[in-house]
Design a protein. Sequence first.
Length: 94
Amino acid sequence: MAQSRLRAVVQGRVQGVGFRYFVMERAILLRLTGIVRNLRSGDVELVAEGERGALEAMAASLKSGPRMSHVENVVNIWLDATGEFTSFRIADTQ
C-alpha cells in the first residue's frame, strides 16, 4: 500500500489535557510513524506517516480529542511520505 504523510495543527484547548498522549495511543494502534508535539502558540502539531486510511482515521480522531480538550479547529495538510520516521513519539515543544 502507498504511504502518505499528514501534517495537522490542532487548535483550541489542547495543551495540558493529555492531547499528545491521546494522539500517540491512537497512532500506535493505527500503526503510524511520526511525532506529536506542543507548539509555543498553544496548538498541537502532528506529523504522521502511514497508510492513507489509517491517517484519515487519525484526522477524524483529532476533531474530538481526549475528554478534557476542546478542539476549535484542525488544519490538515496532505503530503507524500518521506520515510523519515521509524516509530511514533512525543517530540519536544517547538
